[in-house]
Write a protein that binds this ligand. Structure first.
Ligand SMILES: [Fe+2]
Length: 306
């Protein structure tokens, strides 16, 4: 065999191996990791001395389509942790028929105290796109020509509000949970310009046992104001933790103004604590996760140490 022929054979073999590794990686990201849910747990000493503990379950970014049985069953099973309060930071839907399955996923959690805000994907249905495009451009531009919502966000909100959950879209109010009084405030999604912090602005009531800020996109302009107004715990979603991450490096892009290091997980934000959920789902047109497992967070709040 000629040397040139041998060279071609080696190149073809290398290309076949690279193709197989790539296909295996995509298969892992689309089938295994996308359904490999985990519960991230923390304990935070934020409550007044002598308070009973308060268990907060933070759900976000389910992007639910009716066929996602594993996601629905996993969320439904979170009831066994007996949270005192459930907070949904939006992007629950990815299909016009997803409200009923989402309510099924919440199941008995709806009988517990709760609160919610919307994300852009609760209003506007996902569109086909290059799954890797978000690595070089924000999805904010995708909404420039979207005016009329085409997803049943009202029905979604009615289902949660009807169960007694507090609607925190540019609103504030009190929640009684676990024997404590929680002052909560939230904004609608800044990713599509619907946030109106001025509607909830002002010092959070010092009389509350906990001051809670809720928002979909962890945009610093809003986080700064929540923290300055004295909200102690800020819950957000939207980033999907990066969704496609690098081992030993983490989140590559945040899809909003938050810095890369605080785009996922529990971190300090000024005087407040910020928990950014990596989310439960993905867009149906980017159904992959890598080094960024789908998740919910369970935060046990306990009295501050004297
Ligand atoms: Fe999302």
């Amino acid at each position: 065999m000629s040397r040139r022929h041998e060279g071609w054979r080696r190149a073809a073999r290398a290309a076949a191996v690279a193709g197989a590794v790539g296909a295996a990686g995509i298969g892992y990201a689309a089938v295994i990791e996308r359904n490999w849910f985990r519960l991230r747990r923390h304990e935070l000493p934020l409550l007044p001395e002598g308070s009973p503990p308060l268990r907060v379950l933070h759900l976000s970014d389910a992007h639910l389509t009716p066929g996602r049985r594993m996601l629905i069953d996993w969320v439904r099973g979170l009831e066994r942790y007996e949270p005192d309060l459930v907070v949904n930071t939006g992007d629950s839907l990815a299909h016009p028929d997803a409200v009923e399955p989402f309510v099924e996923a919440l199941g008995p959690l709806l009988d517990r105290p709760g609160a919610f805000v919307y994300g852009s994907n609760d209003l506007f249905s996902p569109r086909p796109k290059n799954p890797a495009r978000y690595l070089w451009r924000s999805s904010k531009k995708d909404y420039r020509d979207r005016v009329e919502p085409d997803l049943p966000w009202r029905e979604l909100g009615a289902a949660m509000a009807g169960a007694g959950w507090l609607d925190l879209n540019n609103r504030k109010g009190r929640i009684s949970a676990g024997g404590l009084s929680i002052a909560a405030a939230g904004v609608h999604d800044s990713h599509i310009g619907l946030d109106r912090y001025e509607e909830v602005a002002g010092p959070a009531p010092a009389s509350a046992d906990l001051r809670l800020g809720v928002l979909h996109s962890p945009e610093p302009a809003n986080l700064d104001r929540f923290a300055a107004d004295g909200y102690q715990l800020l819950l957000a979603g939207h980033t999907h933790g990066g969704q496609l991450c690098l081992p030993f490096y983490g989140t590559l892009v945040t899809n909003c103004g938050i810095d890369r290091r605080r785009a996922w997980g529990l971190n300090r934000y000024g005087r407040a604590w910020l928990n950014v959920s990596g989310g439960l789902g993905t867009s149906p047109y980017a159904p992959v996760r890598f080094c960024c497992r789908p998740e919910a967070s369970l935060i046990d709040l306990v009295p501050a140490r004297p």
